[in-house]
Design a protein around this ligand. Structure first.
Ligand SMILES: CC(C)(COP(=O)(O)OP(=O)(O)OC[C@H]1O[C@@H](n2cnc3c(N)ncnc32)[C@H](O)[C@@H]1OP(=O)(O)O)[C@@H](O)C(=O)NCCC(=O)NCCS
Length: 350
């Protein structure tokens, strides 16, 4: 976030609405001094504070991040305007952000939200760069953009993983490709599959950002003792390190260094050493993607959807392959229940 641009925008928007510093601050539930510091870029406010200011000014938060003179790369469909479809992932990222922030811009119809690109003032070299920009409103560093590109590439396909298998089973019934992708998404969401990345971050937060090493160890050992799984470790196929984790570990570290906050990476490394030592289990793709995304400021509930954004290419490729030589996938089941004949009691006697 560029505090200078945010501050300038807030001041301009406040003044254009004829609001004094005192009145705007009161509406935002903060002191005049705090608002003044935000406007003059003397503090770096959290997004929740900026949201309060946006609400006070009656504007959408995203307006704070647009450089003066720059046209936003998107516009929202307003009430009465014909909605236009925008199939591009980055715009979906912006739409998510707008919805997640509860659309404080009152003249935007939240439920008919669509986003259409206008003249793009920013030339993007990477999908990752654009994705983060649309999601956060700020241009990512080259490293963050590269990390996102690599993450999206690494997640794109992975043989017959559970969600791809589900998508192929659905496709084999000759349902439509959208429904096959939905089957993939529903399967990916589970915490033993793509849902694990969000679970990893929730675990790190539960342990605590500033937790001493002993607390990390006792937390992990407690899970072992209770025979609970540690999200982000183990794999049905790999018995050594998931090769995707090798890259994501590196980005987690580098982005942490860039942000001046290596706590999440350090905690992840310590957990990795412990799990390797005690259980001989290695990190999978989800383990280091968690701290990497968190360091990039991405909301935890987007981790698995980002996985899905990437994996859609794998699912659809598999669906096309399935359809090219299709046969219904219908395994048989071996009955192992009680032998025939069984006793049966009518419902009203149970
Ligand atoms: C991915 C996963 C489902 C693979 O499961 P699997 O192939 O059935 O694993 P296995 O049955 O071969 O596991 C062997 C043993 O290791 C244990 N184990 C596996 N993953 C574990 C983990 N993450 N934490 C703790 N123990 C684990 C199992 O409990 C089992 O122990 P047991 O023999 O004492 O019962 C499993 O490792 C897991 O649940 N991981 C956590 C979720 C996750 O990160 N998923 C994303 C995968 S990319």
């Amino acid at each position: 976030m560029d505090e200078r641009i945010v501050g300038q925008n807030i001041r301009a928007l406040r003044e254009s609405r004829g609001l004094s510093l005192t009145l705007a601050a009161a509406k935002a539930g903060m002191s005049k001094g705090t608002l003044s510091k935000i406007e003059t870029a003397r503090i770096s406010p959290p997004i929740s504070t900026l949201l309060a200011v946006a609400n006070a000014l009656g504007v959408h938060l995203s307006r704070f991040f647009i450089e003066p003179g720059e046209r936003p790369p998107w516009v929202l469909t307003r009430k009465g305007e014909a909605p236009r479809m925008s199939p591009r992932g980055p715009e979906c990222g912006y739409a998510y952000r707008a919805l997640a922030l509860n659309m404080p811009d009152k003249d935007v119809e939240p439920f008919l939200l669509t986003v259409r690109p206008t003249d793009r003032p920013v030339v993007f070299q990477h999908g990752g760069q654009e994705f983060i920009y649309m999601l956060s409103g700020t241009r990512p560093s080259p490293m963050a953009a590269h990390a996102m590109d690599v993450a999206l590439t690494l997640h794109a396909d992975h043989e017959l993983n559970a969600s791809t298998f589900a998508a192929r089973v659905a496709a084999a019934t000759l349902t439509d490709i959208h429904s096959a992708a939905v089957a993939g998404i529903a399967t990916l969401k589970g915490p033993l599959h793509g849902g694990a990345n969000a679970e990893v971050m929730k675990m790190l937060i539960e342990i605590g950002k500033d937790a001493p090493g002993e607390r990390i160890d006792s937390y992990v050992k407690g899970k072992f003792a209770r025979k609970e799984k540690i999200s982000g470790f183990g794999h049905r196929v790999y018995r050594t390190e998931d090769p995707r984790a090798t890259h994501l570990r590196q980005f987690s570290k580098q982005l942490g260094q860039q942000a001046g906050n290596l706590r999440w990476f350090a905690m992840s490394e310590r957990i990795e050493a412990l799990v390797k030592d005690e259980k001989k289990l290695y990190p999978n793709v989800d383990f280091y993607s968690a701290s990497m995304y968190y360091t990039m400021g991405i909301a935890i509930d987007l981790y698995t959807p980002i996985f899905a954004v990437s994996r859609i290419s794998g699912w659809t490729a598999h669906v096309l392959e399935q359809l090219a030589n299709n046969r219904l996938i219908r395994p048989r089941a071996d009955y192992t229940g009680p032998a025939y004949p069984q006793t049966w009691r009518p419902v009203d006697q149970r």
